[in-house]
Design a protein around this ligand. Structure first.
Ligand code: B12
Ligand code: SF4
Length: 443
């Protein structure tokens, strides 16, 4: 049997979920291959040449329209069984009603995919269409992700950077995030941690077989388990000793953690600042985090010379323009290396999406969501909020204000009262141009 993963783009990351499923399939004796569809001029030919029995689609909400269209198109050209998995089918199983979808697996699929394929191989009739994966309780028992799957597309990944996951799950219940609902899908423990030895073994294997310069941990909250972290970082320093990157949550940070991370080679972290307004952050988003915790974390990161990105959001339910300026003010005080800004997207089954629907801010049509939700005036704001145009214009000048906070007062007046005045438009364009020349696109 042959299985093909079709992936729109890598977005500079190794897709660990897909690589994990590829390992499970290989263990069943199935040949696997991945094709990055945006890289192929003649995709249909390429697919036909491989002649897969199974085509697998891993999709987030927003990317699902692309994959459904692709699947429909391919179904017209060749015979195969389609299997959908990943976050969108997990939270929106209604996708199984689409004609081109043969099977979906919700949740973590390492075991379920094996069960499904055995039934297909036996030629069983009436196999159920919607499967729910059992969330593996012992992560050490899983095969390592298949690092050879993307060997033809290495050039799409940052050179020397490899991606790892040391845990699954998150104990928090932020209202916009998938975790709160995801934990309801599992019968067992949701928060699971691999052993230190198991993670070190995987990194060593990668170090020995591939070019490895930097280790990128994708865990939702890498610093959650302090005892584990302390032990891990010591061994990591001794046995791996490569620069590392991870995600941290400011309420979990203390100076010992930041110092330990730095000593182990941490050069960069990402942290969720989300918003400056306390009501939005703690009541609407349930972040359970104070401004002071965010400021202290950023101060420590600067003290230990660790670069960091602050993740921020705007266009949330109940958020006003003044509240976005609070986010700008807090970000400015944090002095981040890079700033990520997104328009809030209501994802299926999240508490905040349900709240948005109940307040008439969102119609519940998840097909309207975007592949990515970077905040820029050319992208759509999904919620039906007042003053959309002003929010969009503010998103364009957000980073400039964070870098040059003395401009905040002026921009506040400008965006609130004269956003479309030609002179203020020219001025904002000039400021953005200056910012771009000085810091480039990504900052
Ligand atoms: C790393 C990461 C990224 C990376 C890499 C993504 C990738 N291709 O893996 C980058 C930065 C590129 C990224 C981008 C985005 N991401 Co992201 N990302 C993550 C993160 C933190 C980890 C993903 C991961 O590696 N998990 C570990 C693996 C083992 O788990 P997994 O991927 O879920 O795979 C398992 C199952 O889902 C399933 N499965 C997965 N694929 C398939 C396929 C088949 C056929 C089957 C049967 C099963 C199956 O089995 C796997 C093994 O158990 C998750 C949160 C999380 N903790 O999972 C968010 C997450 C997936 N991202 C999310 C979002 C919203 C985005 C963006 C829209 C953000 C943006 N700024 O634009 C984009 C979308 C881009 C896209 N291509 O669709 C959401 C998705 C929510 C939703 N309803 O769709 C998540 C869940 C985070 C959240 N807080 O809600 N992301
Ligand atoms: S801490 Fe991060 S990963 Fe955990 S629930 Fe909140 S947003 Fe999601």
């Amino acid at each position: 049997m042959k299985a093909l993963f079709l992936i729109k783009s890598l977005d500079l990351h190794e897709p660990l979920g897909i690589m994990q499923i590829s390992s499970s399939l290989k263990n069943l004796g199935i040949e696997t291959k991945a094709v990055i569809t945006s890289e192929e001029k003649n995709l249909i030919e390429k697919v036909k040449n491989f002649n897969p029995d199974l085509i697998l689609f891993s999709t987030t909400t927003g990317a699902h329209k692309y994959y459904l269209n692709l699947c429909r198109l391919l179904k017209k050209e060749l015979k195969f069984i389609s299997i959908f998995g990943g976050p969108h089918p997990t939270f929106f199983p209604e996708i199984a009603e689409e004609e081109c979808v043969d099977f979906i697996i919700r949740g973590e699929a390492e075991e379920a995919i094996g069960d499904l394929i055995k039934k297909i191989q036996k030629g069983e009739k009436d196999i159920k269409k919607v499967w729910l994966g059992d969330y593996p309780q012992n992560l050490d028992s899983l095969p390592f992700p298949d690092r050879t799957l993307l060997k033809d597309y290495e050039y799409l990944l940052p050179r020397g950077v490899r991606f790892f996951m040391t845990s699954r799950g998150c104990p928090y219940d932020c209202t916009y995030c998938f975790n709160a609902f995801n934990k309801k899908l599992t019968k067992g423990r949701y928060l699971r941690q691999r052993s230190v030895e198991n993670v070190i073994k995987e990194i060593k294997e990668v170090k020995n077989n591939f070019h490895l310069e930097k280790v990128n941990f994708q865990d939702d909250t890498f610093i959650l388990n302090k005892r584990w972290l302390e032990e891990f970082l010591k061994i990591y320093k001794k046995e791996i000793n490569l620069p590392l990157y991870c995600h941290i949550r400011p309420n979990l940070v203390d100076e010992i953690i930041i110092k330990d991370l730095k000593d182990a080679g941490c050069y960069y972290v990402v942290l969720g600042l989300e918003v400056g307004n306390d009501y939005i952050r703690n009541k609407i988003l349930k972040r359970n985090m104070s401004k002071q915790q965010i400021l202290n974390t950023c101060k420590l990161l600067r003290k230990y010379n660790i670069g960091f990105t602050t993740q921020t959001m705007m266009c949330l339910p109940e958020e006003t323009l003044d509240m976005v300026f609070e986010t700008i003010e807090l970000s400015a005080k944090c002095k981040p290396t890079h700033i990520n800004l997104y328009f809030y997207q209501p994802y299926p089954k999240t508490e905040l999406a349900n709240y948005s629907i109940s307040r008439g801010l969102f119609d519940g049509n998840f097909d309207r969501l975007l592949y990515t939700y970077q905040a820029e005036s050319k992208n759509e704001i999904p919620l039906n909020i007042k003053n959309k145009q002003k929010f969009k214009l503010l998103s364009d000048i957000f980073r400039v204000c964070v870098k040059f906070p003395f401009l905040i007062k002026f921009i506040k007046f400008d965006i609130k009262y004269i956003p479309l005045n030609p002179i203020s438009r020219i001025l904002r364009t000039f400021l953005n141009g200056f910012y771009f020349i000085k810091y480039g696109f990504v900052k």
